[in-house]
Write a protein that binds this ligand. Sequence first.
Ligand code: PLP
Length: 382
Amino acid sequence: MLYADYNATTPLDPEVRAAMADALGASFGNPSSIHSAGQEARRLVERARAQVAGLIGAEPDEIIFTSGGTEADNLAVLGVASAAPSGRRGVVASAIEHRAVLDPCAHLQSRGYKVTFLGVDAQGRLDLRALPAATAPDVALFSVMLANNDTGTIQPVAEIANAATACGAWMHTDAVQAAGKLAIDVKKLGVSLLSFSSHKIHGPKGAGALYVRRSVRMAPLVRGGRQERELRPGTENVPAIVGFGKACELARARLESDTRRVAGLRDLFESQVLACVVGTRVNGRGEQDLRLPNTSNIAFAGLDGEAITINLDMLGMAVSTGAACSTADHTPSHVLVAMGQSEAEARSSVRFSFGRDTTEGEIARAIELVVQVANLLREARP
Ligand code: PLP
């Protein structure tokens, strides 16, 4: 299979698999047990915590392990909102957040919180001019993603964090797509909370983390133990955490070489598809091209993105029309709609996302297949 859906998930790195195999075997102890089997498991969890912290410039004790990005986002939004003082019942998020942020925000809205969604421009970048109106003393939390999953557009998170701090609110960023593709330093970004996920960076599914700066006041979503600073109690998923730690270590070591190589392949793919298929345009690529290096979201005017996706799949190429969690409901990408596109325009788009294992040969084949399918569908139009 020609896999071009790395934003949905990534294959397990062989080194991650090897690290997990060890943790699945002899090191089966409960990290909370005081005997040596327990302490060996604890050692593995704490080593992984340091590896995870290293990817984002955090201290190990600021890392809370979760089951993935969705849980980390929920914990950030709901955990901060529910611990906020009664005078701070406001949350500000961007309109292009993943559902893992949007749905908790909608939940808060239904419970009487004031939630403000900030719009984006045609490139998918948050419009900073809307920020002053949103920065009010009753805001508890700002949540704006570091990079978007559909278009790869990178958001001005440091600027938003400044505004959040100035009005006494906490700043959360969903870095699920950015991790492993951009250099991240929580201190430089000025964020107090940051979510990321193991399976997007060649680690196992079912592991993720929320960075929580020490000063943040928040409440847990589940109760029942002392693990993870009592913010995420429950016996740790040690093999998945070990794999996540290894994946972070590899992502950090390979960041520069991986991203430089993948960006070159992505640019080649884009330029060839645009040159060979009429009516194509890249979503989210503005003049400055502030995008993730691996993502290419292409609109095929007059064609149906889903038809392209299905036809490519029949030819052995995996791509996507948007977030994996919203493909089942056939709605057009809310991200492209927020960028001002009509439903028809948004439906004509396909997301291609490449990664560590993508080869030059695969890119050549991907160009061939996309051109073939798009031209075939165009000819078949009534
Ligand atoms: N946030 C973003 C931006 C994502 O792209 C995803 C997954 O696609 C998530 C959150 C959810 O992460 P997970 O699949 O680990 O629950």
